[in-house]
Ligand binder design. Sequence first.
Ligand SMILES: Cc1ncc(COP(=O)(O)O)c(C=O)c1O
Length: 484
Amino acid sequence: MTNNQSTDLLFEISHLGRRCHRLPACDVPEKDATALVPADALADAPPPLTEVGEIDLIRHFVNLSKRNMSIDTNFYPLGSCTMKYNPKRHERLAGLPGMANLHPLQSDASCQGMLAMLWSMQNILAEIAGLDAVALQPAAGAQGELAALLVAAAYNRDKGQTQRTRVLIPDSAHGTNPASAAIAGFDAVSIKSNDNGLVDLADLKSKLDDRTAVFMITNPNTIGLFESQIGEITKLIHDAGGLVYLDGANMNAIVGVTRPGDFGADMMHYNVHKTFTGPHGAGGPGSGPIAVRAMLAPYLPTPIVVKDGDAFKQETNRPKSIGRVRSFFGNVGILLRGYCYIRTLGPKGLRAMTENAVLNANYLLALVKHALDVPHGDRCMHEFVASASKLKRAKRISAMEIAKRLLDFGYHAPTVYFPLVVPEALMIEPTETESKETLDAFAATLLKIIDEDPAFLQNAPHTTPISRPNDAKAFKEPILRWKA
Ligand SMILES: Cc1ncc(COP(=O)(O)O)c(C=O)c1O
């Protein structure tokens, strides 16, 4: 990015911020705000909090923060989660008062800058998808899936196609796909993967009929492979009267190179927090806009931002809409960061992002595949899935042992035991923002670990405050207090 581009974007976001103003009602002084609370709901005295000096407080929080593993502190190759660097400049832009201090109940007239940004984002995401209309509201990928499936159901109801009760989903899919199908009221039907890790066409054909509402596909899939049969698959689904849904969690591998709409998808979701950055993980806020073909646009969730002359407004009066899927306009702060990322990179930069993500993953794959089994393919897209199956049989080193030991070297573990179709899976996604030096060091560590004494690995990690919690117990009986 040049200095000029940087100044232009700062100018643009500041300008959008100046087109928003906080309502006077949002600046109620504290004493007046207290008067708004019913007397019987007010406490008699302040809560009895421990008094500590500033220095003790600072030490407490700084020491806690040092226990955090984050993309700002460590390499984080968490497959499928696309943990790429979140540019700090975008945090500053998203924090500009005109954008950050808005209240969701303000009138459209008082937040024109924010609405202008959201309107542009709708158009940009439609363009990148190769689809016609976008709704920005869903708060994460999983909610985007649910919203799009509700759109598909509404569309089929309108067309009198109520027998379409099934959603077909490859067995390599993320668990949210069948969960979303079930919550939307469909029956989820699993489609087998073939020996190459792609969709088994014979199994797909045997389950495809006029009960099929949607085929959900992740492309590239969770094994890190581009579904090369996608043209044939989309034709089969369309010929049977079904819709094709693209789970866009892996868009980081294709943005600027191909478009879901061009390879036959009728609808999709984005994970803005992954592909276009936004601090996420461990509960960080997400954003899962959906894009659809024109025939599905009337059913999109509301509000949609529309342009009326020079003004922008939130349109809610859309009679066929499935309605709101989240309060207000979703996570606009994440959409704003995504907008900054897209505008900073521009079309050429987005393509370079994709190419470098794929290059980095293939480089890392080439460094480790002679020692770590990678069952599907010599090449990958933006991530690859290794298997510790052979190591487990030969030396009793499982995927979990490798993941735990990586923590001792300051690396976040890769995603493990997913996708389910690869036994002892280690799903590794370096992202485009990592340097060759980081990838070399990580590969060297991985190779060193698999040569270590299995008994030593079985007790790893050796350097963290907690070693191996009982995951099931922690889930069932969470300890929510810092100290008893
Ligand atoms: C392939 C795939 N689909 C869907 C999702 C769900 O996205 P989100 O976590 O934003 O709800 C994920 C998340 O990791 C994913 O990897």
